[in-house]
Design a protein around this ligand. Structure first.
Ligand SMILES: NC(=O)C1=CN([C@@H]2O[C@H](COP(=O)(O)OP(=O)(O)OC[C@H]3O[C@@H](n4cnc5c(N)ncnc54)[C@H](O)[C@@H]3O)[C@@H](O)[C@H]2O)C=CC1
Ligand SMILES: O=C(O)[C@@H]1CCC=N1
Length: 279
């Protein structure tokens, strides 16, 4: 792993940009020239004040903040909502150096959209990270634009490896990756919420229900990571023949989780295509 990163600008450090920023800071990696984050409001900007090596700008106080952040950065992360990306790119285009690497985290926004605004020579890499990047357990997909060099991709891979695992894919697959690992944390939290309701319905106080469910998810996934076993084998070890788990798993399988997850991913993919079309 590299021991330093070049200067970073996070334009839009909300849920996602903020997660990457916090993960990078938590990693302790040295960032040559530091990190600048911009957000619209002072409230959002204050969330990053006091973080070592981070300059946090509220655009409400400093309207030129994005231009300032870009001027000092080697890697610029575009972390605003998809519909806001073209306007932001028009704003920063005059301030980008020829070798600035622009990294998008926006769902659905294509490399072509970036090239349309920044020009075909702009060095753009599409990323699709997820929020566990905050605790350096993220998964990030990367797809490089044609003008990005191999060294650019190496630098950006290094950035995201400081906050988790990295998967390189062609751009044609990045929206599909988003439906799995980008959105995936939300699916996991939904399962936790619903499972907790089942525990409360069995008479447990909310606090005990939460502890049982959350520690079960944390423990089961930690065991998966630590053991290196297949999930199916770990499930088998819980499921005694003719025992209680077998009955519960049969009910879950009857609910066609396989089809439900496939349908959910397909719905997310359809929405990514709408976003790509500017909807
Ligand atoms: N939330 C998630 O789990 C993931 C989000 N993404 C992508 O990340 C992007 C941001 O999503 P979230 O972080 O969820 O939204 P968010 O609303 O939490 O963050 C967006 C931030 O952008 C700031 N902002 C708005 N206009 C700005 C401007 N002109 N200049 C600088 N900052 C500006 C806002 O102050 C806000 O803090 C989206 O494009 C989304 O597709 C990608 C992967 C996962
Ligand atoms: O919901 C969204 O559009 C973004 C992309 C993946 C996760 N959050």
């Amino acid at each position: 792993m590299a021991d330093s990163l070049p200067s970073l600008a996070f334009l839009g450090a909300g849920s996602m940009g903020g997660s990457i920023l916090r993960g990078v800071v938590a990693s302790g990696i040295h960032v040559d020239g530091g990190i600048t984050a911009t957000n619209r409001t002072t409230e959002k900007a204050e969330a990053f004040q006091g973080l070592a090596g981070v300059t946090s700008i509220a655009l409400s106080d400093r309207p030129e903040g994005n231009a300032e952040a870009v001027a000092g950065a080697r890697i610029v992360l575009v972390g605003v909502k998809p519909a806001m990306v073209p306007d932001l790119l028009r704003e920063i285009a005059p301030h980008l150096a020829a070798d600035t690497i622009v990294v998008s985290v926006a769902a659905g926004v294509t490399l072509q959209t970036f090239a349309d605004v920044l020009g075909a020579d702009a060095r753009v890499i599409r990323s699709m990270p997820n929020t566990p990047s905050t605790v350096r357990k993220g998964v990030t997909g990367l797809a490089a634009g044609t003008a990005a060099t191999a060294d650019d991709l190496t630098l950006v891979r290094r950035l995201f490896q400081t906050v988790g695992a990295v998967v390189e894919v062609p751009e044609s697959q990045i929206d599909a990756l988003s439906t799995i690992s980008g959105s995936g944390p939300a699916y996991v939290y939904l399962l936790i919420e619903e499972f907790t309701k089942a525990a409360v319905d069995m008479g447990f106080p909310e606090s005990d229900a939460r502890l049982m469910v959350e520690q079960t998810f944390i423990g089961a996934t930690a065991l998966l990571e630590d053991s290196g076993e297949e999930p199916a084998e770990l499930r088998r070890r819980v499921t005694s023949p003719k025992g209680t788990t077998e009955r519960a798993v049969a009910v879950l399988q009857d609910a066609h989780l396989d089809r439900t997850f496939a349908d959910a991913a397909a719905a997310a993919l359809a929405r990514a295509r709408e976003l790509a079309a500017g909807a």
